[in-house]
Design a protein around this ligand. Structure first.
Ligand code: FE2
Ligand code: FE2
Length: 153
């Protein structure tokens, strides 16, 4: 599944960040740049395609989805702050740590609490169709995290 693959890609970046030396500023900045790109693209296709489709096919997931949107909101603001931040800033590592905690919690909820219901309700054919739409939409994702709809209150 496309969304779960994205989650894995992001988790790999997190693990790499956790392994890298504290003073590997260039590497840390590079990894954070990749996190911003991956997470902004992922949040975009979820907000524009997957969440609305999931809500339509399983109205009972609405409260989970609304919570997920609020979690995206926090994450995209953190991404935006990180995008202009010097990795030598004393708040840099702490901000990345809290970002990772937030994303891990969010991913766990998606994968364990409501994706399974949606998969079951939608059936293979519509899931495949949505997967194709999301794959195409990736190239349209904004580079600026604050341009995502989840950034709005
Ligand atoms: Fe999400
Ligand atoms: Fe996700």
């Amino acid at each position: 599944m496309l969304l779960k693959d994205d989650h894995k890609t992001v988790e790999k970046l997190f693990k790499e960040f956790e392994k890298v030396g504290e003073q590997a500023y260039k590497k840390k900045q590079e990894l954070v740049g990749q996190m911003i790109k991956e997470l902004a693209t992922h949040a975009y296709i979820e907000e524009e395609i997957f969440y609305p489709a999931a809500r339509e096919s399983v109205p009972a997931t609405s409260s989970h989805i609304l919570e997920s949107v609020e979690e995206h909101h926090v994450v995209v603001w953190m991404l935006s702050e990180l995008s202009g931040m010097d990795p030598k800033d004393e708040r840099f590592d702490a901000k990345v740590t809290v970002l990772m905690e937030n994303v891990r919690h969010h991913v766990k909820e998606e994968e364990e609490e409501w994706f399974p219901q949606v998969r079951e309700a939608m059936g293979r054919k519509s899931l495949q169709e949505i997967g194709e739409r999301m794959e195409k939409a990736k190239s349209e994702a904004p580079q600026d995290p604050l341009a995502l709809s989840g950034a709005d209150k």
